[in-house]
Design a protein around this ligand. Structure first.
Ligand SMILES: *Cc1c(COP(=O)(O)O)cnc(C)c1O
Length: 366
């Protein structure tokens, strides 16, 4: 059934194009571009983003196999890297022409035995190396053993060797990041010695692209920047906002002085008030931390602060000084600055705020 929720996340594909071109302008002419569309395209709509960009980028990446299958099922033919596959997913992954990141001997061995059993022919794989994040990846010392397993093996083809920066947005961690880059260079050097060739190399996420142009290598992996956030105010302001969240006024209440609003009497009116109830709540990604004035919406171009506690499906906002009616349009956010404020006031970062916008909310493509 079609989602007929009035609360809707609008996705501006022109802004996506603008941001894509912004990052492309930071790359050398033949540097390849992988676009990360994991977690529903950072909470937007991975399928719509991928359909729109399929002829403009070299690769897509998702975190999990299911996410890749969703893209394949909607007709996306672009190569798709699965960044964090599990041994139990490998069969489905291959059935959907998804390309695994192999990050440990356990998953490499599992993939090799599958590739032999299925008689695969030069199936593309990607090898991840840990250079300091200590999350996923082989270490430098693993190269001889990887080489002994893979050299001359015709069932697979090593498409790329990559690593991931742990603090590319943090100017105070420049030494750490440069150390990661140096380690990666050592890895690619040893890799080349062991294998006699070197595939595509890549390391940079959004902030890596902006802050470490010397580490672009052959390809970069663009995530949050595509969606309008650059982890830095001056850079974010150069990007266009992609997602905006819209709703409407369900009901208006007149509150007498001394009455309360919402669960646990989160607000006690110290003056006569008018409140509007909006159909979005903490089940939709509006954190309870945004209650009691920490979050706000815009109605008739005026700011209306959240009153009392955020409910699961609703918020109440103070419209005492706003001339509006039931049914009127409400903007929850339509710019990066508001998202940054909401993220900060909920004790998190835009990555978490955006990806927490629940699937209950309708997505609309502009
Ligand atoms: C999520 C992810 C990215 C994208 O990171 P952004 O900071 O959003 O650009 C790139 N590489 C890997 C391995 C990731 O997991």
């Amino acid at each position: 059934m079609k989602n007929n929720h009035v609360t809707s996340l609008k996705i501006d594909l022109n802004a996506v194009d603008f941001n894509l071109n912004y990052f492309k302008s930071k790359l050398k002419k033949n540097t390849k571009l992988l676009v990360v569309v994991k977690a529903f395209g950072y909470g937007s709509d991975a399928v719509s983003i991928a359909k729109h960009l399929q002829n403009k980028v070299d690769y897509f990446a998702v975190a999990y196999t299911d996410e890749g299958i969703t893209l394949r099922s909607s007709g996306i033919k672009t190569p798709i890297v699965v960044l964090h596959p599990q041994v139990v997913n490998l069969e489905l992954l291959v059935a959907n022409q998804l390309e695994p990141n192999l990050y440990s001997h356990r998953i490499l061995d599992a993939f090799l035995s599958l590739s032999k059993r299925k008689n695969l022919d030069e199936y593309p794989i990607h090898l991840k190396f840990n250079t300091g994040l200590n999350r996923l990846g082989f270490s430098l010392d693993d190269i001889p053993k990887i080489a002994s397993k893979l050299k001359g093996n015709k069932t697979i083809k090593i498409s790329s060797v990559f690593s991931h920066l742990g603090a590319s947005e943090d100017k105070n961690e420049k030494t750490f990041s440069c150390n990661q880059i140096d380690k990666f260079k050592t890895i690619t050097f040893d890799f080349k010695k062991a294998f006699g060739f070197i595939p595509t190399q890549h390391m940079c996420n959004t902030s890596g692209i902006l802050n470490y142009p010397e580490a672009h290598f052959d390809m970069v992996r663009l995530g949050i920047g595509l969606y309008g956030f650059a982890n830095e105010k001056s850079k974010t302001s150069e990007l266009k906002n992609v997602v905006s969240l819209h709703s409407c006024v369900s009901q208006i209440h007149t509150i007498k002085k001394g009455e309360s609003v919402g669960y646990n009497r989160g607000c006690i009116a110290n003056r006569p008030m008018k409140t509007a109830t909006i159909p979005i709540g903490h089940a939709d990604g509006i954190s309870r931390k945004l209650g009691k004035g920490m979050g706000f919406v815009s109605i008739k171009n005026q700011r209306a602060f959240i009153v009392g506690n955020v409910c699961m499906d609703m918020i109440m906002v103070d419209i005492s000084d706003i001339d509006c009616n039931e049914g009127d349009a409400v903007i929850i956010f339509d710019n990066q600055k508001t998202v940054e404020t909401f993220a900060k006031n909920s004790g998190t970062i835009p990555y978490e705020f955006l990806t927490a916008i629940s699937q209950r909310i309708k997505r609309e493509i502009l």
